[in-house]
Design a protein around this ligand. Sequence first.
Ligand SMILES: [Cu+2]
Length: 529
Amino acid sequence: MVGLTLPALWLWSAEAAAKPQAAQAQPGQAAAQVLTWTANDSMTAYKSTPATATAGPATIVFENSAATGNTTGMTHTLTFDTSTAGYNHDVSLNIIASPFDAGGGRHEVQVNLTPGKYRFFCAIPGHQMVGELVVTDGGGTDTTAPQVSAAVSGDRDANGAYIGSATVTVSASDTESGVDKVEYSLDNGAFAAYSAPVSVNQAGSHTVRYRATDKAGNTSPVGSVAFTVVPPQQRDTTPPQVSAQVTGDKDANGAYVGSATVTITATDTESGVDKVEYSLDGQPYAVYARPLVVGQPGPHNVSYRASDKAGNTSAVSTATFTVAAPDQKDTTPPQVSAQVTGDKDANGNYIGSATVTVSASDTESGVDKVEYSLDNGAFAAYSAPVSVNQAGSHTVRYRATDKAGNTSPVGSVAFTVVAPDQKDTTPPQVSAQLTGNQDWAWNYVGSATLTISATDADSGVDKVEYSLDGQPYAVYTKPLAVDQPGAHNVSYRASDKAGNTSAVGTAKFMVVKAAPDCPKPGKGHGCKD
Ligand SMILES: [Cu+2]
């Protein structure tokens, strides 16, 4: 029978509906105002209803039980209308009650009523129970000001300024007596009633202050929002700044080993960057979203440009670079050489110290390390020219290794260092030799040739001088032929670079005329023999 199945169906719904279904409900805190509806066997009218109430919290009691005259077990509801115009729609209420339900047909719900009229009815199909509850501003109980906030909306530029205009929307709510009025003040002007979003189109900085008052007379603190409006005709005609950076491991030739990464950066201080595009090796432009990794060996070029939101596009720039295959093995060792420098004496010895400078180069992977060994010691890292000041003979060996691990053959330089205080105090050794055809009496026939020789083992010979037949000393540069007949004497001496001059040596000799009847003059075979 329909009459018996319906109560069970509505009972299930009643438990859900009896839960605190409205935000206004205040569980555990019964409101001072209790409004009671009762129902009986009638399907056209509630047995009793309240006619008026005061705004604020209220306890709604709906009882449909044997005690209120329901003798048939008929289910009724107390439902607030939330759609019909002319009534308050802020309370959602749907209490379903049956004498057989868990509450014995009696239910309580906490609500918050606001001034105005509520339409209530029974939602059971076929029931025509309906009425109105008039709620008046009771005053006194609401001491809480409304919640009020504002939001600014509009098109913004890159700096956050509103382009052309900004719209300020103020929202207020009051859970007790309800919002009575909302006010706003633009740029410190007088507060005025707020009824719709406020549009501000004057360029400049603005502040909108706002407040709300509820029907109990409570006014919220003043809130404020600040914003800037820029003229809509402020056109951005400057294209973005755009640049690219190529990064990666480079070999000795400047090629990127394995891959190169191209990072493009663009900025636009006006409308802001809209997009960045690039073209790799002449391909069509594509939108740049992240750094570009180029791994194909060979030369490459990346052209790039950026556009701003106003449609300005930068000039195209191009980055060029070369990628080298990562497996391009370097099998050639570095070139390495050494140079010895310092003050040298006449014998080529370094006075005081010698400096050995090692130079290495590698055109492929590059020089990794240079090493040297002094006088057959262990090889050590070479980082700066090596100075050797110990007197004696030395050998410096050297080698270089590139980053691919190729090591050059060992080279070497040998040199001698002499003590810097090794003063030359020994004069040169000097001697003279006479040559020419001599007769039986050792006289030189026709001419005699004088050759002077000098040596100096320390600082070296500086000059040799001679004096022929008592004339002033002259510098000796080459063998001297003496053909003046007669007796001659020559004195000679030599000086070294340290200023030591030898003792004077002398030689005496006789030059005679060649006899005309003596076609073959010779030693021991003179014509007078
Ligand atoms: Cu009913």
